[in-house]
Ligand binder design. Sequence first.
Ligand SMILES: C[C@H]1O[C@H](OP(=O)(O)OP(=O)(O)OC[C@H]2O[C@@H](n3cnc4c(=O)[nH]c(N)nc43)[C@H](O)[C@@H]2O)[C@@H](O)[C@@H](O)C1=O
Length: 326
Amino acid sequence: MGTALVTGVTGQDGGYLVEQLVAAGHEVHGVCRGELSRAGELPHLAAVGSRLRLHRADLRDVTALVRVIDDVAPDWLFNLGGLSSVAASWTDPMTTFDTNARPVIGVLEYLRGRQNRGERPIRFIQASSGESFAGGGGTIDETTPVSPVNPYGAAKALGHQMVGMYRTQGVHCSSLILLNHESPRRPHRFVTRRITAGVAAIAAGRAGDLTLGNLDVCRDWGWAPDYTRAMLLAAEADEPRDYVVATGEAHSLTDLVAAAFARVGIDDWERYVSSDAALLRPTDSAVLTGDATRLRELLGWAPTVGFREMVEAMVDTDVAELGGVA
Ligand SMILES: C[C@H]1O[C@H](OP(=O)(O)OP(=O)(O)OC[C@H]2O[C@@H](n3cnc4c(=O)[nH]c(N)nc43)[C@H](O)[C@@H]2O)[C@@H](O)[C@@H](O)C1=O
């Protein structure tokens, strides 16, 4: 059994990864920015109890982060932390860079130093993003050139590229290029949860409409626990590599809205949905999907939850939270 250290432990992916690591019998440490007690109160983190040990460090303070890594000396370091919203990256590009790019460089430098000193190597898994490749449009694989269209994609692109460079220096580091991945733990600022929570509120009679941006965008929406399982597989693989993590299926936002309303028995959903120009993103790629052939063939990965099942699980959770359909 190994020891894992996870940054971004309070996020959607951090939580699922912790649960999977604990279930596999590993010792798990988590890094979080805020009060440790508040992180420990998240029900799914509280449920793993003493199998998870929390450490406080802000990713913007690379020295503090490296100190935690040095203290824990894990076998695997999963870097999932950082500002993850494309929309927010336009309002705070500096924090986007400081949390998504700078710590990656700092950590890789530390790992290279460890290796040069002959210390036990730590395997590094970086959560990269399909957004770093959005400029080309269409389907991305591991050979697609970097082409970000927003500060988030650019900051993540730098982290991804640094991983590739430090791999040439002998550091055991892999970059997982994650397409959109969702779950009932997805924060409400992301579109899937906005939709499923909005549909649940309409079904419960608590809201009259749902305001969205561009319904024509197509994305490759997968099930978040499948994506954290890919991270574990990459960590266990002897050879470090880049891997695209995606279902390979593109769905429009209209498909998603229709599937969510169908789950609560509403077919004439158009009358509930309106568009707000403030939610449009002019530089957005119309279509973004991924080809996970490498991950499937080399590591035997496959998604376990399809698009409709994912939407339904999210709607069901939101409906249950509101006490059911009116
Ligand atoms: C791969 C990437 O995936 C995620 O970033 P995202 O794609 O920006 O996620 P989202 O759910 O905010 O937008 C999805 C699409 O939906 C469109 N859209 C329409 N109407 C609304 C709307 O009303 N709200 C939002 N949020 N989006 C809307 C929006 O313009 C975009 O085309 C993160 O995990 C990120 O960390 C990451 O790496």
